[in-house]
Design a protein around this ligand. Structure first.
Ligand SMILES: *[C@@H]1O[C@H](CO)[C@@H](O)[C@H](O)[C@H]1NC(C)=O
Length: 183
């Protein structure tokens, strides 16, 4: 067993004691969104949406651009390499009244939530779906294309708590798709 950090222990306890999808590590209540905003590479993904990832030879780094419009609105762009090529999604999300979750149910984004961050990396949960079908995606955001040991460990621990560990994929360091949304 790998040693666990206290905050990761908290994540696991919360996951075990409540609905995993509603788990909220303490940090997510206090996110400074202006500090979190800007350009991120997506270095890893864990998802239960089968077929979301392209074949190995087409995998590339993803990217996300996060803009805060006021405290209750986020504009999020995500670029991701799929089997059809580099795809970009743009969506405006509104904050839930009670939870530290942003959503746009009309566009099928049920929850965008930062589960853990030190602002050099972030573990981001994006739940998407419609009409009873729901997919969970866990993304590792990083300001750089290189990942730190701590960020990978944090990501893997959250993926394990959400039972997405087996789907965890570290993306190859090809930034050609990510750079299409560079500001
Ligand atoms: C949030 O981050 C911004 C940008 O780094 C900073 O100017 C501001 O003071 C921070 N706000 C709080 C409440 O820490």
């Amino acid at each position: 067993m790998r040693p666990r950090l206290p905050s990761l222990f908290l994540v696991l306890v919360l996951a075990a004691s409540s609905q995993a999808q509603e788990m909220l590590p303490k940090e997510s209540h206090n996110i400074n969104w202006s500090k979190f905003s800007g350009f991120w590479y997506i270095l890893a993904i864990a998802t239960d949406a089968k077929g979301f990832l392209p074949s190995r030879d087409k995998r590339k780094l993803g990217a996300s651009l996060v803009e805060v419009h006021n405290t209750a609105q986020l504009k999020v762009v995500i670029a991701f390499s799929r089997s059809q090529g580099c795809q970009t999604l743009k969506v405006t999300l509104r904050k839930d009244n009670k939870k530290a979750v942003f959503r746009n149910t009309l566009r099928g984004v049920k929850a965008f939530q930062v589960l853990s961050t030190d602002y050099s990396y972030g573990v981001v949960s994006v739940r998407v779906g419609r009409a009873g079908r729901e997919y969970r995606n866990l993304l590792l955001f990083s300001r750089q294309t290189m990942s730190s040991f701590l960020s990978i460990r944090d990501f893997v621990d959250v993926a394990e708590a959400l039972e997405l560990l087996e789907t965890t994929t570290i993306l190859p360091k090809d930034a050609s798709c990510a750079n299409t949304i560079l500001p």
